[in-house]
Design a protein around this ligand. Sequence first.
Ligand SMILES: [Fe+2]
Length: 369
Amino acid sequence: MEFKFLMPTKVLLGVGCVAGNKEEFSKLGQKALIVTGRNSAKASGALADVTTVLDEQAIVWELFDQIEENPTFAVVEAGGAAARRFKPDMIIAIGGGSPLDAAKAIAVLAVNFISASELYKGDFQAAPLPIAAIPLTAGTGSEVTPYSILTDSERQTKRSFSDVRIFPQIAFLDARYTHTQSRAVTVNTAVDALSHAIEGYLSKRSTAVSDCLALEAIRSFGRACNALVLGEFDISVREELLYTSLLGGVVIAQTGTTAVHALGYSLTYFYQVPHGRANGLLLGEYLRFNEPVVPQKVEAVLAALGLKTVDEMKVLMSRLLPSREVYSQEELHKFVAIASEAANIVNTPRQPGKEDLYNLLLQSLTCKA
Ligand SMILES: [Fe+2]
């Protein structure tokens, strides 16, 4: 047995964890740039909790609340410029995957005079500012990953850059902050977390430790599954889903994502399909495609969800993600061409050729005749 396991983020999970651990913020410095989207940090109550704690700790703060969904190079460069003007000691990221990922880029750009596209070269000199991450959705797991996924308009896809120095230093997970998320967002993000766990479990880079965490994440999703189908989320379900998401994030921090994410990015880029939904639409056929090379793992995934067959998995996903977009076959070929270039495709256990990727899309999506 041989593996590496790295998870340097301190995780605090529980209702009231921000106010209950206020000293953690002053450990990061005396000046904070809060990076968030326009609404949900305020609506969730997280922003008020954070600023109250910062004021109590005499930490000077400024708000950058311009992060939109699927953040662009332009918005993280604007955030980097704001950070260079304000000169914070730390970045506090509050939001779903988009603000958290954007905050990681801003933490780098705050101290490195480079463009956003240069983030992908991975050779920035100055260490990024430390990040405190507070997720408002349960899905991305970005609070415990070294990844930042941004929209690259030139390449017409979402792209991830990775650096061990952008692991958040600390993550605060309070299920109350996810309470304002709609049913659709809750389901889509939960399916993203499931996808992280399944892809990570099957990934060529999976290890004995990541497998333990992945299976527990899948079981955790299974425990919340009925509530997701019914659309009924009390605080204990919300907390379960934050746990699923956290574990899924720890898993992909070790294993990377695979062909599901590589293909799903095109659905999001070209059709604005929410990220988790895009993954979920592909998951059933992804299991079927990989079954010949990792049959026991596919069986274990299904068992952890209380299912017996891939077809049952597809039924579950169609209950969670009902209405379907309609694609043309030409578009599927374009998605395949883009996914074939994605770095994460090589983590897929059964290496897919272009024909395989096309068939996977064809079997998963509704296509025009
Ligand atoms: Fe994801």
